[in-house]
Ligand binder design. Structure first.
Ligand SMILES: [Zn+2]
Length: 100
C-alpha cells in the first residue's frame, strides 16, 4: 500500500499500520493516514472472488480433501484485505469539529 502523502510503500503488516486506533502515522513522512475499505472495491473484488471460489477452488479443494469452510474464510478475508486503501487522515480532526 502507498502513503497518500509521500507515496512511500507501507506494508499491511508493518508496525505503523498495526498500531491501536483508526488514524495511523506514515513511517516515512509522519503524516496521518488511515485504512479505509470502500464498498465499491469490495463488490468489485468479491464477485470474481466468489465465482473463482465456487467454480475452481471448491472442486479442487474437495479433490485434495481440504476443509472447504476454513479455506473459504481465508479466501474472503484475503479479498477483504485487498480492498483496503490508505487514505489521507490529516483533516480528520476538521471533519469531527465541523460535525459537532
Ligand atoms: Zn508518507
Amino acid at each position: 500500500m502507498r502513503c497518500p502523502h509521500c507515496d512511500a510503500v507501507i506494508r499491511l503488516f508493518s508496525k505503523a499500520l498495526n498500531k491501536w486506533g483508526r488514524v495511523k502515522e506514515c513511517p516515512c513522512c509522519q503524516k496521518k493516514i488511515k485504512l479505509s475499505s470502500s464498498v465499491k472495491s469490495y463488490v468489485l473484488f468479491f464477485i470474481p472472488a466468489s465465482i473463482t471460489h465456487v467454480l475452481f477452488l471448491k472442486p479442487y479443494l474437495a479433490a485434495l480433501s481440504i476443509d472447504g469452510g476454513s479455506f473459504a474464510l481465508f479466501w474472503y478475508v484475503m479479498v477483504l484485505l485487498l480492498t483496503f486503501r490508505l487514505v489521507d487522515a490529516e483533516d480528520d480532526f476538521d471533519i469531527v469539529s465541523r460535525r459537532f
